[in-house]
Write a protein that binds this ligand. Structure first.
Ligand code: PGA
Length: 249
């Protein structure tokens, strides 16, 4: 059975004290509800250890990236084993901002994924097309090519991957994919997984939607059979709106 998940992606926001306050608020709110999904906050590297200290049983922690090397002379990088040593259990990889601004390629992301899994981190792997690709009707082709980073994994390792479909044109723009657009491409992504790994693995894979998801549109999106939750940017920076999405299930 696949899991429903709501994951926050804080991006490059909050100081450590602001982040700890936010994590504390989310944790407390979560303790007061019967959430029908797993809840994760993905936070900046600098915040992992102090946020871990305020995450209770119900709140999972993740990083937003990790390095494509194990250790050594890579000034400024943070390895998967360093992330794991903070107590985090997830890492976001392949976010469109990393691909666009930091030149992350399919090959680099395959390496990052491998290292994350070797360090027992679960991966939230992001895919999604830009506006011109959507307008040219190329979204299926684009996500298929991006999936190559994770399609070389064994079925067992692929089972530790959560996919996040995030159309780049919907990220931080206030423009959400319609429920039908999300369902259509999520179903296509699941069919690709079925082709590669079989129906059971496809059925068990959690596929999140991301891009201007908020309390007002989460219910409609999450009601779709192939949308198993959300990766939330802007709306995860406020405990109340994040919880409004968590309780949309
Ligand atoms: P957004 O970001 O919710 O602010 O659109 C989503 C994401 O980039 O993960």
């Amino acid at each position: 059975m696949r899991k429903n998940i709501v994951a926050g992606n804080w991006k490059m926001n909050t100081t450590v004290s602001e982040g700890v306050k936010l994590a504390t608020e989310v944790n407390e709110a979560l303790n007061g509800v019967d959430a029908k999904c797993e809840v994760i906050i993905c936070v900046p590297f600098t915040h992992l250890t102090s946020c871990k200290a305020v995450c209770g049983e119900k709140l999972h922690l993740g990083a937003e990236n990790c390095a494509d090397h194990t250790k050594g002379a890579y000034t400024g990088e943070v390895s998967a084993s360093m992330v794991a040593s903070t107590g985090a259990d997830y890492v976001i990889l392949g976010h469109s901002e990393r691909r666009a601004y930091y030149g992350e390629t399919v090959e680099m992301l395959a390496e990052k994924t491998k290292l994350a899994l070797e360090n027992n981190l679960k991966v939230i792997f992001c895919i999604g097309e830009v506006l011109e690709e959507r307008e040219a009707g190329k979204q299926n082709e684009v996500v298929k090519a991006q999936l190559e980073s994770v399609f070389s994994l064994s079925a067992e390792d692929f089972g530790k991957i959560v996919l996040a479909y995030e159309p780049v044109w919907a990220i931080g723009t206030g423009k959400t994919a319609t429920d039908e657009q999300a369902e259509e491409i999520h179903a296509y992504i699941r069919s690709l997984i079925a082709e590669k790994y079989g129906d059971q693995v496809a059925d068990d894979t959690t596929i999140l939607y991301g891009g201007s998801c908020k309390p007002s549109n989460a219910k409609g999106l999450f009601a779709k059979p192939n949308v198993d939750g959300g990766l939330i940017g802007g709306a995860s920076l406020d405990a109340e709106s994040f919880m409004g999405i968590v309780t949309a299930f």
